[in-house]
Design a protein around this ligand. Structure first.
Ligand SMILES: Nc1nc2c(c(=O)[nH]1)N[C@H]1C(S)=C(S)[C@@H](COP(=O)(O)O)O[C@H]1N2
Ligand SMILES: [Mo]
Length: 197
């Protein structure tokens, strides 16, 4: 029986089935930023969804805080092969923000303070799959991790989770954002290892 016991207790060799292919667990929270960390006061913060009609739906910080707030526990996966399991966030679901938005376009471009962009299909933002997150681990989101608020789209590689997010522009066609123009996959599903294209 000893070989069976060893098989079940040899944790070093076991692969957590929450870990997508090619990923490795980390305990810390690496910072990956393509540029400097912008300094954004919540008093100046605004988030805007712009549609094909030219309509702009905007929320300032107080308006965001007045919306239904959700606690989210989720795994995150960076294309550079690190994953964290069971991370805790607090934010507002994109479903809530899109409630009053009328659009026929199926794609979005997320824009950040500082100029970062990333494209995300609208389907990947709705049905409880994405949030504007402003707390991590029970604390206000660190500026280096995207504070005061970032997009959180945990079922896609983490480059889709735009830090310092300031808005979404609806797009008729899928167009590449910053990393996608530099070779990252247009969608980025970690379970299909959609890393590069
Ligand atoms: N605005 C902005 N958002 C960004 C990035 C960035 O450089 N700028 N990097 C992306 C990448 S590649 C990753 S892996 C995650 C890293 O988030 P973290 O620094 O909180 O770990 O943020 C994503 N969002
Ligand atoms: Mo990344």
């Amino acid at each position: 029986m000893s070989f069976i016991t060893r098989g079940f207790t040899g944790r070093g060799r076991e692969r957590d089935d929450r870990l997508p292919p090619g990923q490795t667990l980390v305990g810390d929270f690496p910072v990956l930023s393509a540029g400097p960390t912008p300094d954004i006061d919540t008093a100046d913060w605004e988030f805007t969804i712009r549609t094909e009609s030219g309509a702009q739906h905007s929320w300032n910080w107080d308006q965001l805080m007045a919306l239904p707030i959700e606690d989210v526990t989720t795994d995150i996966h960076c294309v550079t092969h690190w994953s964290k399991l069971g991370t805790g966030w607090r934010g507002v679901a994109l479903d809530t923000l899109f409630e009053g938005v009328d659009t026929d376009y199926a794609y979005t471009m997320a824009h950040s303070y500082g100029g970062y962009t990333t494209n995300v299909p609208l389907d990947d933002l709705l049905d409880g799959k994405a949030w504007i997150a402003f707390e991590f681990d029970g604390e206000p989101l660190d500026p280096e991790h995207g504070g005061p608020a970032r997009l959180l789209v945990p079922h896609l590689y983490f480059w889709k989770s735009a830090k310092w997010v300031r808005g979404l522009v609806m797009m008729e066609d899928d167009e590449p954002g910053f990393w996608e123009q530099n070779g990252y996959h247009l969608r980025g599903d970690p379970w299909k290892e959609e890393r590069y294209w």
